[in-house]
Write a protein that binds this ligand. Structure first.
Ligand code: APR
Length: 239
């Protein structure tokens, strides 16, 4: 960015980042929510009413992580993280582990993670790769039937909001990749970044979104093509 040698960068990613890896998005054709009410599987009310169904849904998604790999966009973001001279933060709404598997470290999962579970009895959060059901015993407190996916469901408060807000206070460049911009608070981050003085706001998506008007630079295309291109451009400007 002209005039700044160490600009602060915040990257927000959504389901479109992992789409080319074979992880379904939520909305749109073939989206996970196509034909379903999200509240049927992704809410505390659903978990109370039909826990077996909610477990089945997340077991299926957790197991499917074994069949996917990070794509060019995940790898490019890690290259950006490692080479960026200013502060860098990657905030993802994705619950898969593809960023970590590509090597990401400066990463916050604001909507939780498929490979984590939480005990409603002892409150411990644990790494978990297997299926979960209504009788699974907590490895920490030995109570049965109190484990849930560590996913932020509709109506729940996302993780790391304080840390994200702090990063947005001083952000110079805000990049938003593969999110439909309909789920708050993430959908409000572009506007927040602009109000805090970010001069450059870049969106990468297959199509225009609900929040496209907040960006100074909209790039329509696949994350797999557009993210590596953007990363090289940004690094050329600052290095
Ligand atoms: N490259 C770039 N963008 C893509 C690609 C791709 N290959 N494929 C799809 N997209 C875009 C779509 O155009 C869409 O705008 O990614 C976006 C995916 O939108 P959603 O499915 O709504 O996913 P996301 O925005 O991450 O959802 C936010 O909603 O249900 C909740 O908690 C869930 O974290 C999720 C949140």
């Amino acid at each position: 960015m002209a005039g700044l040698t160490h600009p602060n960068l915040v990257v927000l990613t959504g389901a479109g980042l992992s789409a080319e890896s074979g992880v379904p998005t939520f909305r749109g054709t073939y989206g996970l929510w196509e034909g379903h009410h999200v509240e049927e599987v992704a809410s505390p009310q659903a978990f109370k009413a039909v826990p077996e169904m909610v477990h089945r849904f997340y077991n299926m998604r957790r197991a499917s992580l074994k069949t996917v790999e990070p794509n060019a966009a995940h790898h490019a973001l890690v290259r950006l993280e490692k080479a960026w001279p200013g502060s860098f933060l990657h905030v993802t709404q994705n619950v898969d582990d593809l960023n970590e598997r590509a090597g990401a470290e400066k990463l916050l999962h604001m909507h939780g993670q498929l490979k984590k579970i939480r005990c409603l009895n002892c409150r411990n959060v644990m790494h978990w790769e297997e299926d979960l059901d209504i009788s699974t015993v907590c490895p920490e407190c030995a109570t049965a039937g109190k484990l849930r996916p560590d996913i932020v469901w509709f109506g729940e408060v996302p993780y790391h909001i304080e840390e994200i807000s702090q990063a947005l206070e001083t952000v110079d460049i805000f990049v938003c990749i593969g999110t439909s911009g309909v789920v708050y608070p993430a959908a409000g981050f572009a506007r927040q970044a602009a109000s805090k003085g970010a001069k450059r706001l870049i969106e990468i998506n297959l199509e225009a979104t609900e929040i496209s008007s907040h960006f100074t630079d909209q790039r329509q295309g696949t994350a797999g093509e557009e993210v590596p291109r953007l990363v090289e451009e940004l690094l050329k400007e600052v290095l």
